[in-house]
Write a protein that binds this ligand. Structure first.
Ligand code: ZN
Length: 127
C-alpha cells in the first residue's frame, strides 16, 4: 500500500521461502497469498520449532535481495517464490502468476485499502 519494495520470507522447521515485491514489477504478497490461513491452522514457533540457521540462510538471501535492489544489479525474486528445503538441500524457484488486476491490494479495484490486524497465533516463546 505504501508502494515500497520489500522482501517477504518465512521459515518453519527445515523449510523456508522468500519473494521480493517491487511496486509495478510483479505480484504483491496479497496476489500470492489471497487470504491469511485460518486461526490455528499454522503452528506457532513454539509448537513447530524454528532453527536459527534457517533464519540465517533465508535472512541472508533477503539481505542479498536488498543489496541488489539498492545497487540496481542482477535479477530480483520479483515474480518468483524461492523455496528452500534444508533436509534435501533443494531450492525451487517458482514463477508466480502475473495477472494482478484482480488483486485486493494492487489490482485495478482494490478492496483492501488499509492495514488489517488479523488474529493469528504468535510466536509464544514466553510460556
Ligand atoms: Zn497484488
Amino acid at each position: 500500500m505504501a508502494k515500497k519494495p520489500f522482501s517477504h520470507a518465512g521459515i518453519i522447521r527445515f523449510q523456508g521461502q522468500l519473494m521480493t515485491y517491487v511496486p509495478g514489477q510483479g505480484p504483491c504478497y496479497r496476489c500470492v497469498f489471497k487470504e491469511p490461513p485460518p486461526k490455528d491452522a499454522v503452528p506457532t514457533c513454539k509448537q513447530a520449532g524454528v532453527i536459527g540457521a534457517m533464519g540465517g540462510v533465508i535472512g541472508s538471501l533477503q539481505a542479498m535481495e536488498a543489496v541488489k535492489y539498492i545497487l540496481g544489479v542482477g535479477n530480483l525474486l520479483t515474480g518468483y517464490l524461492l523455496t528452500y528445503n534444508a533436509l534435501t538441500m533443494e531450492f525451487r524457484k517458482i514463477k508466480l502468476p502475473t495477472n494482478t488486476k484482480d488483486c485486493a491490494v494492487c489490482g485495478d479495484h482494490p478492496t483492501i485499502t488499509q492495514l488489517i490486524d488479523y488474529e493469528q497465533a504468535v510466536c509464544d516463546l514466553k510460556h
